[in-house]
Every structure is written in C-alpha cells, then in structure tokens.
Design a protein around this ligand. Structure first.
Ligand code: AQP
Length: 340
C-alpha cells in the first residue's frame, strides 16, 4: 500500500447554539483567521447547525444564530473568498459520512467522552442519540474534506483524538490509506477561557447567566461592566505566572489579556506586577472594548443584509461540495455500497 499525501487543509466549526463568546473568539476564530492569512493551507470554516440540534434549539433562534455566527466569522476577519464558509446542513455529505462513522466508532469510545458526560449529566437516558454520537459527526465534518489540521480550543482535544481513532480504524478495517490522521492545532494564550464568575468552569455560550461570559455582540458598556464585575481575589498581580497557581479567576483574566494582545501571560504579569485587580480590570476592559466593539459593530451591519449572508453560505456550500462529493463517492466504493 503506497502512502497517500494529503493537500494541507484546515477545517473547523462552531455551533450556532447561542451567541458567540469571547471563548469562541480567542480559542477558535482568532486562530481561524491566522491560518487563513498564513496561506499555507486551504481553509474551510463551518457553522455546525446539525451539532447544535443535539440539544433542543428553538427553530427561529437557530436560523438567526446561524446567520449571526456567519456575520461573526466575517466581522472577525474570515474572508469568504479566501476561505470556504459553510453551514453544515447545506452540505449533506457531512451527515452521509457520519452514518458510516457511526458504524465504525464503538459505543465504549463515545461513552468515555467528557463532553457527553458533562452535557448528559444525570440524564443520559433522556439525552438524544445525536448528543451521544456527536463525535462521529465531528469526525465526518473534518474527514469529508480530508482535512489535515483542525484549530480548536482545549475542550475539543478529546474529540479530535477520537477523530484520529475513527480514521485509523476505517483505514485498518478496509485495508486502505484513505483518511488522514488529522493534527489538532491548540495554540495561543487563551485556549481555555473560563467563566467570569467561576474560574474552574469554561466560558460557554449556553450558560444561563449572562455575567459569566462576554458575548461578541455586547456593546462597549456591557463589556466593561462584565469585566469590572468579574470575580477575582484580593491579592495583587504577581511578577511571575507561577504566582497565579491556585488563583483560577486571576489566571483567567491574565490569559484573556494575553489572548487579546497576542502577548504571553508571563509578559502580562511582568508588566502589571503588584497592581491590584481593580486597576488591572479597568485596563483590561479598555483593551477588550478596543478589540471587540468594532467586531460587534461590523456584525450588526452585516446582519442588516441577511440575503447577502444567505448568498455567501449558498456559494460556500457549492464550493465545499466540490471537495466533499468525490471523497464521499470514494468512501462508498471502499465500503462496498457502490460498485468500485
Ligand atoms: N471557553 C472557551 N475557551 C476557548 N475555546 C473555546 N471554545 C468554546 N468555548 C471555549 C472553542 O470554540 C469552538 C467552537 O465551540 P462550539 O461552539 O462548537 O462548542 P463548545 O465548545 O461546546 O462551546 P460552548 O460555547 O460551550 O457552546 P455550548 O454552550 O453550546 O456547548 C471550539 O473550537 C471550542 O474549542
């Protein structure tokens, strides 16, 4: 068997399960833009609406959130000419390959996923089958494009390992070298942005409390208020990052600063050593407003022309299917679903 070489290609997605958060921006979208601009890979970015419905979504909200997410991608710097920008449900090959992967992945693998355990909680019996199978659809999202690299936040690391396991098992079971073993790209100072009121939980768009997160649509005043009200401790900033051990809320604000300014957390503590958090938070609020308010403004402007957003997603789906359809056709041949 000769070893296949794969086109360097990036795929990543975000669920339209609510408004975008600062966590999604620093952990994912900022990296998406970097990889687009580096020009070393083809880049495909996706609104994963089929993932969102693994938990209940109001249909009207889902459509609105999908368009708003598309506006958020573009306002943050994703260029629909340079990158392929798509909505998952408009490219049916994702779901078709996911079924095949449902038959490759093992129940035991899925049951070990921490996201499944966290989201199903004490109610596994009452959770959707889709929530359980979520990582097989995620593997299909990536592998339907033979993507070689996937930029994500820290929380998605385990799902990416499972994507590699699914690719390896498929290749092994069918005696082929067809799917790439994808590399995760987890980089930057803020790969896990934490909840502003509890530094041990991640910032999440579906958290019921607004003050736990910064939304990408928040105005300048709201951003500043949320940062000023973020939980901290009474001690001043240390002069090395080791001094943040056991201080999760303090560490989180330092990481957010570093993520927004592209500095290292060590450089941030050195520059602010000895400062009380009341003052640090005032400066951080200014940095956050400078970076985020223009994105929110641009999102609002883009949302005024929803026909244009729909056109961009329609064009993206056409471009995506040009890559996905031949890969699905070849998969069907390998599996024996059509004549080879
Ligand atoms: N807090 C975070 N810090 C860094 N990265 C994060 N990501 C999400 N939260 C953080 C990254 O954003 C990308 C898209 O995530 P997603 O929307 O598909 O799902 P999620 O990880 O489950 O995000 P949420 O906000 O917590 O959504 P809900 O509340 O609907 O479950 C991923 O690359 C993720 O790592």
């Amino acid at each position: 068997m000769t070893e296949q070489t794969f086109t360097p290609r990036v795929f990543s997605g975000i669920q339209p399960s609510g408004g975008l958060t600062l966590g999604n921006y620093l952990g994912a979208i900022k990296r998406f833009v970097d990889m687009q601009e580096a020009g070393t890979h083809e880049t495909i970015y996706c609104m994963v609406d089929l993932h969102a419905i693994t938990v209940w979504q109001n249909p009207g909200d889902l459509m609105r959130n999908t368009r708003e997410l598309c506006a958020g991608f573009i306002a943050s710097g994703i260029d629909p000419e340079k990158s392929v920008l798509i909505n998952q449900s408009q490219v049916p090959e994702h779901a078709q390959l996911a079924w095949i992967f449902n038959c490759v992945a093992r129940m035991g693998w899925m049951g070990r996923m921490t996201q499944w355990k966290d989201k199903s909680g004490a109610n596994a019996e009452g959770s959707s089958l889709g929530l359980f199978a979520y990582p097989a659809l995620m593997a299909a999202d990536i592998l339907i494009y033979h993507a070689t690299h996937v930029p994500v936040g820290e929380d998605q690391k385990q799902h990416l390992e499972l994507t590699r396991d699914i690719a390896a098992k498929f290749n092994h079971d069918y005696g082929v070298d067809f799917f790439p073993i994808t590399e995760p790209v987890i980089e930057g100072a803020a790969t896990r942005v934490m909840n502003l009121q509890d530094g041990t939980k991640k910032m999440s768009k579906s958290d019921p409390s607004e003050k736990t997160r910064i939304n990408m649509t928040d105005d300048a005043d709201t951003i500043a208020k949320k940062i000023k009200k973020a939980k901290t401790d009474p001690d001043p900033l240390p002069d090395t990052i080791d001094g943040l051990d056991g201080r999760p809320e303090a560490r989180n604000l330092v990481n957010i600063w570093a993520g927004l300014t592209d500095e290292t957390p060590q450089a941030v503590v050195e520059a602010n050593a000895g400062k009380l958090f009341g003052y640090f938070k005032q400066d951080l609020a200014e940095i956050a407003v400078d970076k985020l308010a223009p994105i929110a403004g641009e999102m609002a402007r883009l949302m005024e022309d929803q026909t244009e957003i729909d056109r961009i997603l329609g064009r993206g789906a056409e471009r995506a299917r040009e890559i996905a359809a031949p890969i699905l056709a070849e998969t069907y041949k390998i599996v024996g679903l059509v004549k080879s």
